[in-house]
Design a protein around this ligand. Structure first.
Ligand code: SAH
Length: 215
């Protein structure tokens, strides 16, 4: 797939829209300007890649809305070299943004087909440090814990305690929690068993499901 001047121009407009909607972290906006979102989308929807909307990516899943990607990434407050666990690789777009921000990314997907596709694409793009896992994200990755940050990109009915245990003290998790729609929560681990939670309003995500699905 090609990234043309036309694509770059459309991306610039999308970035301006995100700025107007309140995204002000220039590093995030720059990463989103750099990464061609249309590479991550189903051919049927490519022409809408630079509209601020979520789209189907197969297996009943979606690539998140650009505003949601930017908002969650801003809440995560990413610094270079941080170890970040993402739950819900999906298209791989969000993992790509985290890698461009210099993070060491560990991303988990429960749909084998999506896991393969994202791994192949991001392998070609060579954006930085991303490791892919085909697993149930509810369990996290205890063998690589602790993480500085955890980003959940599917709507969880409850807060997975196993993920909280895998956070560094001082680390934080960004997670949408709720059934029909979700509250965007930022949970900061302030001590061994101590957490502070802040609510950043309502969003709608595909559900956080348990178990894995094979191709
Ligand atoms: N971050 C993705 C968004 C994908 S939508 C992107 O940038 O495109 C959420 C993804 O979470 C879906 O692909 C879904 O299959 C996955 N998911 C849901 N429950 C999961 C779980 N328990 N473990 C891992 N991935 C999960």
């Amino acid at each position: 797939m090609r990234d043309t001047f036309l694509h770059k121009g459309m991306r610039k407009k999308l970035i301006d829209t995100l700025r107007k909607k309140g995204i002000n972290d220039e590093d995030i906006l720059q990463a989103m300007q750099q990464l061609p979102r249309h590479f991550f989308m189903d051919t049927a929807f490519v022409k809408w890649a630079y509209t601020d909307k979520a789209f189907p990516i197969g297996n009943e899943q979606t690539i998140s809305q650009p505003y949601t990607v930017a908002f969650q990434t801003q809440l995560l407050d990413v610094h270079p070299k941080e170890k970040i666990l993402e739950i819900g690789t999906g298209s791989g777009y969000q993992a790509g943004i985290l890698a461009l921000l210099g993070a060491r990314v560990f991303t988990i997907e429960r749909q084998e087909a999506l896991y393969h596709k994202a791994q192949k694409l991001l392998g070609k793009l060579d954006l930085g440090n991303i490791r892919f896992f085909f697993k149930d994200g509810y369990k996290g990755l205890p063998e690589y814990a602790p993480f500085d940050k955890i980003l959940v990109t599917a709507g969880a009915e409850t807060i997975p305690q196993k993920l909280l245990q895998q956070l560094n003290i001082g680390g934080k998790m960004v997670i949408p929690v709720g059934k029909e729609n979700q509250k965007m929560l930022v949970i900061t681990k302030t001590g061994e068993e101590k957490y502070e939670t802040k609510d950043y309003g309502h969003f709608r995500f595909v559900p956080f499901l348990s178990g894995v699905e094979r191709e």
